[in-house]
Design a protein around this ligand. Structure first.
Ligand code: C2E
Ligand code: CA
Ligand code: CA
Ligand code: CA
Length: 279
C-alpha cells in the first residue's frame, strides 16, 4: 500500500498540475451553477460607427461562484464545451438575452439587436435550429434582432451539414456573424457560400492597428472585401480614439470595445444607454 500511496502521489504531482486541479474544481462547480443561479449576463454596446449610437448589444456570460469568486468565461467556457454543459448553459444565455431584449422593448425603448455567442458544440447539436425557433416564439423577439456569433473554426468545417444548419438558422429570420474573424484560416472567397451578414474583426488586429502595419493592412482588407461581398463589418476591442478614427476612416460599420463601454449588467446598461429615450 506504500507503493500505491507513492503512485498516487506521483499521479497528482506529475499528471495533475495546479491548473488541472483548478479545472476539476471548476468542472464540479459548473454542474451546479445553473440550478444555483450563479450565472448572469453582461451586455456590451455595439455602436454605429458614424452616428456613434448604440445599435445592439453582445450578451456575455458571467459566473460568480460563492467561494471561488468571478470565474472568467475564457476559463470555464472551454470546460463547459468539453463536458457538454455548454448545451444547457448556452440555451440559458440565448433565452435570457432574448427575454431581456423583449423586456426593454416592452418598456418602450427602441428594439436593440442582440448578439449571442454559439459554441462549436452547440452548433453541432442536432436540435439547435428547433431550440432557436422555440426561443424566438417563447420570448416573442423579432428574429431580425437576434444575431448568432459563430467562430471561424466552426465554418471552416465546410461540410454540407454546416451549410444546411446555417441556412436553416437564416431561414428563421435571424442573422449570423463570424466572430474573431481573421484568426482562423477561412478565406473571404468561400465566405460567399455561407448565409452570413456580419464579420467581426478580431480584437487582436484592432489592438495594435496603429503600431502594426500588417494589422492595419489586414483590418483594411477585411473591411473592403467584406463590403464587396455585401457583408457588414464590426470591429471588436476598440479601446482608443485613434483606433476608432482609423476604423471610421476605413468605413467599418460598427464598433465595440472598452472605448465605449465594458460589458455591464442589464440595469447599468439600461441606465447608461436606454434612459434618455424614455423621457
Ligand atoms: P468573444 O466572443 O470574442 O468576446 C469578446 C471578449 O472581449 C469579451 O470577453 C469582452 O469582454 C472582451 N472585450 C470587449 N471589448 C474589449 C476591449 O476593448 N478590449 C479588450 N481587451 N477586451 C474587450 P469575455 O466576456 O471575457 O468573454 C471571453 C470569451 O468567452 C468570448 O470571446 C466568448 O468566446 C466566450 N463567451 C462569453 N460568453 C459566452 C457565451 O454566452 N457563450 C459562449 N459559447 N461563449 C461565451
Ligand atoms: Ca463574441
Ligand atoms: Ca470575438
Ligand atoms: Ca474570442
Amino acid at each position: 500500500s506504500k507503493e500505491l500511496a507513492g503512485n498516487k502521489y506521483q499521479f497528482y504531482t506529475k499528471d495533475m498540475d495546479d491548473h488541472s486541479i483548478e479545472n476539476v474544481k471548476i468542472e464540479n462547480a459548473l454542474y451546479k451553477a445553473l440550478s444555483k443561479d450563479e450565472f448572469h449576463i453582461y451586455y456590451q454596446p455595439q455602436m454605429d460607427a458614424v452616428q456613434e449610437e448604440v445599435v445592439g448589444v453582445e450578451a456575455l456570460i458571467r459566473w460568480e461562484h460563492p467561494t471561488m469568486g468571478m470565474i472568467s468565461p475564457g476559463e470555464f467556457i472551454p470546460i463547459a464545451e468539453e463536458t457538454g454543459l455548454i448545451i444547457p448553459i448556452g440555451e440559458w444565455v440565448l433565452r435570457q438575452a432574448c427575454q431581456q431584449i423583449m423586456e426593454w422593448k416592452r418598456q418602450g425603448y427602441a428594439c436593440l439587436s442582440v448578439s449571442v455567442n454559439l459554441s462549436a458544440r452547440q452548433f453541432k447539436q442536432r436540435n439547435l435550429v428547433a431550440i432557436v425557433k422555440e426561443t424566438l416564439e417563447e420570448t416573442g423577439i423579432d428574429p431580425e434582432c437576434l444575431e448568432l456569433e459563430l467562430t471561424e473554426n466552426i465554418i471552416i468545417q465546410n461540410t454540407d451539414d454546416t451549410i444546411k444548419t446555417m441556412r436553416d438558422l437564416k431561414s428563421l429570420g435571424i442573422k449570423i456573424s463570424i466572430d474573431d474573424f481573421g484568426t482562423g484560416y477561412s478565406s473571404l472567397g468561400y465566405l460567399k457560400n455561407f448565409p452570413i451578414s456580419t464579420l467581426k474583426i478580431d480584437k487582436s488586429f484592432v489592438h495594435d492597428v496603429m503600431e502594426n502595419e500588417n494589422n492595419e493592412a489586414i483590418t483594411h482588407t477585411i473591411i473592403t472585401l467584406a463590403h464587396n461581398l455585401n457583408l457588414r463589418v464590426i470591429a471588436e476591442g476598440v479601446e482608443t480614439k485613434e483606433q476608432l478614427d482609423f476604423l471610421v476612416a476605413k468605413e467599418c460599420d460598427y464598433l465595440q470595445g472598452y472605448y465605449f463601454s465594458k460589458p455591464i449588467d442589464a440595469a447599468t446598461f439600461k441606465k447608461k444607454y436606454l434612459q434618455r429615450e424614455s423621457s
